[in-house]
Design a protein around this ligand. Structure first.
Ligand code: 3PG
Length: 212
């Protein structure tokens, strides 16, 4: 499962974090992201429409690898797997969720913000982690400081990242990709501005990442 997480993280420099209010927006949004070069898409379980959005993208968008975000429990994990999610992302690493993930086919990218949390996950076999919330928790300096003592780990920093600071994170030796909501701004989603989302995706897909 760690191999599958790694493959998802290597698909593009950015995993878009999506908050979707209307399921009918899911397919055109995902098509725009894929057209712009972004294949892995994290749909967060923060809205009623999330599971329907995952189901629609999984069924209808060729080239997309749809994942589920904001996973807080084993119940979330199971529901997303049934909807067709191919990977899961959580803001932290609660023991109950990790136990459920052990029994699930869905690969999990769990969030950490401290070295101790990262070491606990390393003990449980995780090599690929989300660093969350990346900028508030200490940003490039904190994550860079883990590279030497925790060389086994690879990260997807998320939280407070945009096109301007993404290159600083992607330059770190322990970063494979970054996550962020900037590719799918709520106003573009609401307006159905698929060309605008495709353009944001294209810019993001062209970011350089020397260590992935
Ligand atoms: C979130 O919490 O919504 C994600 O981590 C994305 O954060 P961002 O909006 O700062 O990109």
């Amino acid at each position: 499962k760690q191999t599958r997480v790694e493959a998802v993280m290597k698909l593009a420099p950015v995993i878009p974090v999506v908050i979707i209010d209307e399921a009918r927006h899911a397919v055109p949004m995902a098509r725009a992201l894929v057209a712009g070069g972004i294949r892995a898409i994290e749909v967060t379980l923060r809205t009623q429409a999330a599971l329907d959005a995952i189901r629609a993208i999984a069924a209808e968008v060729e080239g997309a690898v749809v994942g589920v975000g904001t996973v807080l429990s084993g119940h979330d994990l199971a529901a997303a797997e049934r909807a067709g999610a191919r990977f899961a992302v959580s803001p932290g690493a609660a023991p109950g969720l990790l136990d459920a993930a052990d029994d699930s086919a869905l690969p999990l990218l769990p969030g950490v913000a401290t070295a101790s949390e990262a070491m606990i996950l390393l003990e449980r076999g995780y090599r690929h982690l989300k660093f969350f919330p990346a900028v508030p928790a200490g940003g490039v300096k904190l994550l860079g400081a883990w590279a030497s003592p925790l060389p086994q780990l690879r990260f997807c920093p998320t939280g407070g990242i945009g096109l301007a600071n993404a290159p600083d994170f992607l330059a770190l030796p322990n970063v494979l990709c970054v996550g962020g909501s900037w590719l799918v701004p709520p106003e573009r989603l609401a307006a159905g501005d698929w060309a605008g989302i495709e353009q944001l995706a294209r810019e993001a897909s062209m970011l350089r990442r020397p260590h992935a």
